[in-house]
Write a protein that binds this ligand. Structure first.
Ligand code: GTP
Length: 301
């Protein structure tokens, strides 16, 4: 039996349902779904197994309309993720149709997706009449030559299996990228990082540095049934480090406490959480580099 493995990028406007779809396909709660727009900052990956095929998902940050310089870098980074992928899935919302935001993405697809396989997934079909889907499919395919169009409801699960099976076939032949026994662990590490990120957001609000990432570096199961989780919060500047630590470390302590409480509830057991804040200015450079390669929205969009 030939194995297959490759990368699939999910792109779409904020709230299109990328996280929901990812969670359905991967079969675990990978990224935390919220009603808030622009929650997915990190390029969170999930891995789905389908038959002999391994599909690694790159859940790009929402391709929202960037106003600030760093926003633009974020969007460019999202496109960077897409450009590396074997397949790009553009997710749109059935009830919102071909919005200005979707048009912007279509234009960029024309430039960036050269040589990639690109499919369209019309999501949230549970919210519209079937008749309207035909027109939307026509309009979208007139604007971009999608290889396939899928009608899905990520939330209800309609059509998700078809899409996953198609992706499984579309992955290039080759050995798996992740050992099968590590896949189960991967989502938990991401969830843990997302939880910490969420607590940082709640605590710092507008003060939250944009260029911030949380990574779960170590995950150790202890004999007494508890887990030790070590995470690093990466920021771009020394000044940001101070904001995260707070006076006498009180901010990071409060965040750590809140994150631990939620992790314990989620996992149903005791957790020892260790947070470290480190400066990694490269992230910024990387984003700037992507920005140079990427979109430019300076014309007031
Ligand atoms: N009715 C309906 N709602 C859906 C469907 N899929 C997702 N949603 C809802 O749409 C909202 C946004 O979904 P997310 O998965 O967070 O969207 P996202 O694209 O990851 O959003 P960002 O993280 O902002 O990029 C949530 O409230 C979901 O419950 C669907 O098939 N039908």
């Amino acid at each position: 039996m030939t194995t297959r493995a490759g990368f699939t990028a999910l792109i779409g406007e904020p709230n299109a349902g990328k996280s929901t779809l990812l969670n359905k396909m991967v079969g675990a709660k990978v990224s935390i779904v919220t009603h808030k727009v622009q929650t997915t900052r990190a390029r969170i990956r999930g891995v789905a197994m389908a038959g002999e095929s391994q599909i690694v998902f790159v859940d790009t940050p929402g391709l929202f309309r960037p106003r600030r310089r760093l926003d633009r870098a974020m969007v460019a980074a999202a496109w960077g993720g897409a450009a590396d992928a074997d397949v790009i899935v553009l997710l749109i919302e059935a009830h919102r149709g071909k919005t200005d935001g979707v048009d912007t993405i279509l234009t960029s697809l024309g430039e960036k997706a050269v040589g990639r396989r690109v499919v369209l997934a019309i999501n949230k079909i549970d919210r519209v009449e079937a008749a309207s889907l035909l027109k939307l499919t026509e309009d979208m395919n007139a604007a971009y030559p999608f290889e396939r169009t899928f009608m899905i409801s990520a939330e209800k699960g309609y059509g998700v299996e078809d899409l996953r099976d198609w992706l499984a076939e579309a992955m290039p032949e080759g050995p798996w990228l992740y050992p099968e026994d590590q896949i189960a662990d991967l989502p938990m590490r991401m969830i843990a990082a997302e939880i910490t990120r969420e607590k940082l957001t709640l605590r710092l609000h507008e003060e939250l540095p944009y260029q911030l990432t949380v990574e779960t570096e170590h995950w150790n199961e202890r004999e007494d049934g508890t887990a030790r989780i070590d995470q690093v919060v990466y920021v771009a500047r020394d000044g940001h480090k101070g904001i995260l630590l707070g006076k006498g470390g009180e901010t990071i302590k409060a965040v750590s406490k809140a994150a631990r409480a939620e992790l314990e509830e989620f996992m149903g057991r005791r957790v020892h959480l260790f947070l470290q804040v480190k400066v990694r200015p490269n992230w910024l450079e990387e984003a700037e580099r992507y920005s140079e390669m990427g979109l430019d929205f300076r014309d007031g969009n």
